[in-house]
Design a protein around this ligand. Structure first.
Ligand SMILES: Nc1ncnc2c1ncn2[C@@H]1O[C@H](COP(=O)(O)OP(=O)(O)O)[C@@H](O)[C@H]1O
Ligand SMILES: [Mg+2]
Length: 464
């Protein structure tokens, strides 16, 4: 296992102190902020969160074989592995900067309103085929997720893929300056978190901040036609970075030609400045093909061998709740499981996907999109054209979806209930052999209930 954190490095990174009486050897092979998932050899950092305090778990961390434990509160335990610092979150950030500074490989930062995790995971599949690749776990993209990912970065890896997220103005730049990406990808600018951000322009301006963290000669990659393109152009120019627009117009530096899409995925011609070839992605949907285009462009900007990167990308598969397809109800119904989360852009993408892959009746099952504040009513009702274009029958739950449901033509109205638990039996009873059903909603809308109800053995289609 790679040595990540020696005693000397921990001291140099954090300016903390170990008990003065000892000089216990330390060989940290990982970094953890949660004792439930801690591995022996991890450096445990006791963070104080809103709901939990890592300082209460110091004994557990030591017992589980932590190589060192970083604290800022007295914990009444005498152990040569305990490192005292002024503030543990600052220490995590210091470790992140230290690990970034000693890293000689290529770093990619991925941000955007939707598609960050998809692009991050596609990119890591592509890069893993080219060299040792370190990457953010799950959606570790916030004030602790970003530094934790960096603190775990092995100095000798070839590539690092970081996901950078935000809910509020001002969050991207400090995280991006920690990551110091060589290549920055912005997946989308869309109305996720609009309630907290106020306007689409404010969102674009915030996403564009990532480009300010690029070095001179670095590369920014944005979708062609992105909202607020001026912000991106200005910030890239100020950084002395190259900005590649990626899209379907022949004048784009990153160009994806007409794709063939089916239920398994997409295949398209890709042209990069200095390379051209055919790419394929085993996740259905135009949005997934666009994500794949961005991921391959980023791999190329990192200097990756593109034949390997294209082959590596083909090993990517969509995760549960993120567009994975399955057959349910004795194989008679196709299920598009998009239940993990939802925002206006991702619901549109999922509806487009439903229209793309369905062969029989198209059934849309939607739960509330959250975090839209005063824009909620408008954003829900604005889904009407996408539903008209891609659905034959619509089931909804939740108070926000009620405002959409009431505007639907009666021919589309399948049913509405206050929550997903009540909706599940309605959907189940309505499905017929040959249907394709797409289930989506914000995490808090718990649309998983509907998916689970469709997956149970008892779920049978009625007579056609
Ligand atoms: N480029 C895109 N445009 C629209 N929706 C997308 C795009 N990429 C992914 N999605 C959808 O958005 C949701 C979140 O995707 P994910 O990759 O986890 O994004 P993030 O990490 O930004 O939250 C999923 O439902 C996914 O299918
Ligand atoms: Mg994510």
């Amino acid at each position: 296992m790679t040595l990540l954190w020696s005693r000397a490095d921990l001291l140099a990174a954090t300016s903390g102190r170990f008990p003065s009486s000892t000089s216990h050897n330390i060989a940290g092979t990982g970094v953890s902020i949660d004792t439930r998932t801690l591995n022996a050899g991890d450096v445990f950092i006791a963070l104080r969160g809103e709901r939990s305090n890592g300082h209460e778990h110091v004994a557990a961390a030591l017992h589980s074989g932590a190589a060192a434990v970083v604290v800022h509160e007295p914990c009444g335990i005498d152990d040569p592995r305990i490192l005292h610092v002024a503030d543990t979150l600052d220490a995590l950030r210091d470790m992140a900067r230290f690990a970034r500074a000693r890293f000689a490989g290529r770093v990619v930062g991925v941000t955007g309103s939707v598609g960050k995790t998809s692009v991050k995971d596609m990119l890591r599949h592509a890069l893993q085929a080219c060299g040792a690749t370190h990457y953010a776990v799950a959606s570790y993209n916030n004030h602790w997720g970003v530094p934790l990912t960096l603190a775990r970065l092995p100095a000798d890896a070839a590539y690092c893929v970081s996901e950078i997220g935000m809910n509020h103005v001002g969050e991207i730049l400090p995280l991006a300056r920690m990551v110091r990406p060589d290549v920055a990808v912005v997946t989308t600018v869309a109305s996720s978190h609009l309630g907290l951000m106020g306007s689409i322009d404010a969102i674009a301006r915030e996403k564009a901040e990532i480009l300010r963290a690029l070095p001179a000669g670095g590369t920014g990659i944005i979708p062609d036609g992105i909202t607020g393109e001026d912000h991106f152009a200005r910030n890239a120019a100020q950084a002395g970075a190259t900005l590649w627009r990626a899209g379907h117009n022949a004048d784009c530096p990153v160009y994806a030609g007409d794709a063939t899409h089916d239920a398994r995925g997409s295949r398209f011609e890709l042209r990069l400045p200095g390379w051209r070839g055919v790419a394929h992605i085993n996740a259905p949907g135009r949005h997934m093909a666009d994500n794949a285009m961005l991921a391959l462009a980023a791999a190329y900007a990192c200097g990756a061998d593109m034949d390997h990167a294209v082959a590596g990308l083909a090993t990517f598969a969509p995760g549960a709740g993120r567009g994975a397809m399955a057959r349910v109800m004795q194989d008679k119904v196709a299920l598009l499981d998009e239940s993990y989360n939802a925002s206006p852009a991702s619901v549109r993408a999922a509806l487009d996907l439903l229209g793309l892959v369905a062969t029989g009746r198209r059934v849309a099952v939607l739960g509330d999109m959250l975090e839209l504040g005063t824009f909620a009513r408008h954003e829900h009702q604005a889904l009407l054209p996408a539903l008209r274009a891609n659905a034959d029958i619509v089931f909804c739950c939740g108070p926000n979806m009620k405002t959409l449901f009431d505007t639907l033509p009666s021919s589309l109205q399948g049913g509405w209930t206050p929550d997903s638990e009540q909706l599940a039996p309605l959907v189940r009873a309505a499905l017929r052999a040959g249907d394709t059903v797409m289930v989506k909603g914000s995490h808090g809308s718990r649309m998983r209930h509907v998916v689970t109800a469709l997956q149970t053995d008892a779920a049978r289609v009625g007579p056609a």
